[in-house]
Write a protein that binds this ligand. Structure first.
Ligand code: ADP
Ligand code: MG
Ligand code: MG
Length: 212
């Protein structure tokens, strides 16, 4: 029914997996500063499972069902907080997009806003708590702003990825108020949050993929 949209989602997952795999060691080191050091491994494992679920799905599957399966595979395989949050985010993007033949920039912005709201509700974190939300919130806000101002998807995603990166960098100065890093919070000051950094890596990969 909606092969093209599902194929785009599949290729984006592959791009995200490759970008994360290339940075997995650095993400693990960042997570080891105040967390348990498994963020690079968990993200790689989760994304690998998500890609496998997407690639083994029927070719005619809609994007909604595809992202639901990929998200389930991600959270089940990754374990950990970020796996649960990313799995839910993927499913939410699928729910929001539905299963159209194609999607517009506005559809993408709406889906990202829905995923952002889901991650915020599920994790209970707020901007400034030093989590992936500190990259996701500026990503969503910039994407929505640019799309409403009339930018095409490539320009809007590029600006959003830049905002996500700035958001991730800004977490260096923060003290973690959520997740496993909280007990060793003071150690983490001066280093960015691993989940915010991995978010910005995925954002950059998506923006680069769309620009090509
Ligand atoms: P775990 O902490 O279970 O080992 P990961 O290491 O994969 O999981 O992920 C850690 C990241 O998860 C953190 O760097 C942070 O960005 C994110 N995170 C942790 N708790 C929350 C939360 N409540 N809301 C949003 N993000 C969170
Ligand atoms: Mg961890
Ligand atoms: Mg862990």
């Amino acid at each position: 029914a909606s092969r093209r949209a599902a194929e785009i989602a599949r290729r984006m997952l592959v791009g995200a997996r490759d970008a994360i795999a290339a940075e997995a060691d650095r993400l693990g080191e960042l997570d080891a500063i105040a967390g348990d050091g498994d963020h690079g491994i968990g993200m790689t494992r989760g994304l690998t499972a998500a890609v496998e679920a997407a690639e083994s799905a029927d070719a005619a599957i809609g994007v909604r069902e595809l992202l639901q399966r990929a998200g389930d595979a991600w959270s089940e395989t990754a374990g950990g907080t970020s796996g649960a949050l990313w799995g839910a985010a993927l499913a939410e993007v699928g729910l929001s997009l539905g299963s159209p033949e194609d999607f517009t920039a506005a559809d993408v912005a709406t889906a990202v806003a829905a995923a952002h709201a889901r991650v915020a509700a599920l994790g209970g974190a707020e901007p400034g708590d030093k989590t992936m939300l500190d990259a996701m919130a500026p990503f969503d806000e910039t994407l929505t702003e640019r799309v409403h101002a009339g930018s095409g998807i490539a320009d809007a995603l590029a600006a959003a990825a830049t905002a996500a990166r700035a958001g991730a960098e800004a977490t260096s100065a923060m003290s973690p108020r959520r997740g496993r890093a909280r007990p060793l919070a003071e150690r983490s000051i001066g280093h960015p949050d691993p989940g915010a950094v991995s978010f910005s890596i995925i954002a950059a990969a998506l923006a680069g993929w769309v620009a090509d």
